[in-house]
Structure formats: structure tokens, C-alpha cells
Design a protein around this ligand. Structure first.
Ligand SMILES: NC(=O)c1ccc[n+]([C@@H]2O[C@H](COP(=O)([O-])OP(=O)(O)OC[C@H]3O[C@@H](n4cnc5c(N)ncnc54)[C@H](OP(=O)(O)O)[C@@H]3O)[C@@H](O)[C@H]2O)c1
Length: 267
């Protein structure tokens, strides 16, 4: 089975479409002919993207400016999506914090859990019954290589992405033979924009240019993988290295190394 063909009624939903990998996913899906529902908080950025993709590809692009970390606002979107013909859902919006969790803002840590984990669960469960009934659909979940291992100084993010990784791969097993594809995108660092040399992070400074993967290639690899119902996409060499170390390295060994590295990111 492949993904549902784009029609005038069905939609591909992309959360976090106002930036980075989400913008690239929306552009890739539009180029494949899918009409879109673009979700993020910054409605003006989404509206500009919707106009650009409509003009370039002759698709329809609807904008939903929603704070997905906020339960009431998210609930309205969940209700809408559960009643519509959603061909593809890209659960991509996500945020990260760095530093010791006790020192971080509690409200923002909670919002991170809501966005990275609970919203992924809610939106997936909203579209799933329709996809199963139609016998076709695609769900892409943006987890992370960080979700494969314990990471001190990145605790909420790593744990929320552990949820995303495990939920995606578990769900895929349940849906075998249903016609509904589920793929996990579990990248390490993806360069979503050229870094400002004066503000480059330690990751920007340490990773040579040729080892970076772009949002555009990540998006293409992800949608190609979703079409083939691949379990997991890990784009680029660094991501693959992190993935192997995180999944197969002893946790007592990888946790302090990752923790020391992420402490520098927090500082
Ligand atoms: N880039 C990487 O190196 C990397 C590596 C591993 C995993 N990932 C994962 O891949 C996904 C995309 O990463 P990215 O680097 O492309 O992210 P990004 O450029 O920082 O964009 C994040 C997106 O999420 C949206 N967002 C943030 N808070 C939101 C909220 N409360 N409600 C709704 N939307 C919200 C943002 O839009 P608004 O600000 O307009 O709301 C934006 O569109 C994330 O889940 C991330 O964890 C990224």
C-alpha cells in the first residue's frame, strides 16, 4: 500500500510548519500535490507560506494558528481533525530546553511536555479512526535521536522524545496490514538555517559543514520513508552515530558523556 493520493477533499496536516523541518515538510508535500493544513502559533508566517505554496503548486493551504501546548486551543483542532479527511499527519512541532531541570522555568517545561508528547498523542488519536476506516493514511512523528538515551541537562526534551520515538514505533506495529503508515523521524542535528557566526552554538562550531543535513533533505527522506512505511528515518551521519550510541551503548556510559555535552549547550 502507498500513501493516499492527494484529492481536493483530503489534507496533509503539518504542525510546526512556520519554521525549519516543518516548513520543508509542507513544501515537500505541496510539491507532491497535497493540500495542506498548516499549524503553528505564528499565523502570519503560516499565511505567507500558504500563499507561496498555493501559488507554486496550485494546492489549497489552510492556516490554523494554534498554541498546541494549550489544552483548550488544541482541543478545538483535535475536534476539527477528527471530523475531516486527513491523508497525512506530520506531528512535527517541538521545543527543547537545556540545563538542569530544577533551574528551568516550570511553566515552559510543562509546555514542552504538552507540545512534544501530549499533543502528538492527541492529534494522532484524532486522525487515526478515520485513517483506519478508509484503510489508508500516513502519520509521521518527529522524535529525536535524543529520545534514545538518558540526557542529563536535556531531561524534559529527551524524555518527551523518548515518548515520541516509542509511541511511533509501537503504533506502527499495531497498524500492520491496516493500510495506515507510521514513520518516526529521529534526527540528530539538522541545520534549519545558516548560523550567525557570532551566535553559533557549540554544535554549530563542532560539526563540520559537510556533515550537516538540511531541513529540505530531511523532509524529502521523511516523506519518501512514510510512503514506504519505513519504521524510522535517521538522516545524516551524525544522527546515525548518535542513534547507534544511544540505542546500543550502555546507559551508565552514554548518560554522563551526553550530559556533559548538553551542559555546555545549556551554558
Ligand atoms: N533541528 C534539529 O536539529 C532537530 C533534531 C532532532 C529533532 N528535531 C525535532 O524536529 C522537529 C522540528 O524541529 P525544527 O528544528 O525544525 O524546529 P524549529 O525550527 O524550532 O520549529 C519549531 C516549530 O514548532 C512550532 N511551535 C513551537 N511551539 C509551539 C506551540 N506551543 N504550538 C504550536 N506550534 C509550536 C514553531 O512555530 P511557532 O513558533 O510559530 O509556534 C515552529 O514552527 C521538532 O519536534 C524537533 O524536536 C529537530
Amino acid at each position: 500500500m502507498s500513501l493516499p493520493s492527494p484529492t481536493s477533499e483530503n489534507r496533509a496536516v503539518v504542525t510546526g510548519a512556520s519554521s525549519g523541518i516543518g516548513t520543508a515538510l509542507a513544501a515537500d508535500l505541496a510539491a507532491r500535490g497535497y493540500s495542506l493544513i498548516l499549524v503553528a502559533r505564528r499565523g502570519e508566517v503560516l499565511t505567507e507560506l500558504a500563499q507561496r505554496l498555493t501559488l507554486a503548486h496550485g494546492i489549497t493551504a489552510e492556516v490554523r494558528a494554534v498554541d498546541l501546548a494549550e489544552r483548550t486551543a488544541r482541543g478545538a483542532l483535535v475536534e476539527e481533525l477528527s471530523a475531516r479527511n486527513i491523508a497525512i499527519l506530520c506531528n512535527n512541532a517541538g521545543i527543547a530546553t537545556f540545563g538542569a531541570v530544577a533551574d528551568l522555568d516550570l511553566g515552559y517545561e510543562r509546555a514542552q511536555m504538552e507540545l512534544n508528547a501530549v499533543a502528538v498523542h492527541d492529534l494522532t488519536l484524532a486522525v487515526l479512526p478515520g485513517m483506519i476506516a478508509r484503510g489508508s493514511g500516513g502519520i509521521l512523528i518527529s522524535g529525536s535521536a535524543a529520545g534514545n538515551m538518558p540526557i542529563p541537562n536535556n531531561a524534559t526534551y529527551a524524555a518527551s522524545k523518548a515518548f515520541a520515538n516509542t509511541f511511533s514505533e509501537s503504533l506502527r506495529g499495531e497498524l500492520k496490514g491496516s493500510g495506515v503508515h507510521v514513520t518516526l523521524l529521529a534526527p540528530g542535528p539538522v541545520r534549519t538555517e545558516a548560523p550567525d557566526p557570532t551566535e553559533a552554538s557549540i554544535v554549530d562550531r563542532m560539526v563540520p559543514d559537510f556533515m550537516w543535513v538540511t531541513s529540505e533533505s530531511t523532509a524529502k527522506q521523511s516523506i519518501d520513508a512514510l510512503a514506504r512505511n519505513k519504521m524510522r528515518v535517521v538522516p545524516g551521519l551524525i544522527s546515525k552515530g548518535m542513534s547507534v550510541a544511544g540505542q546500543y551503548g550502555p546507559r551508565s556510559f552514554t548518560a554522563p558523556i551526553a550530559g556533559a555535552f548538553y551542559k555546555k549547550l545549556g551554558g
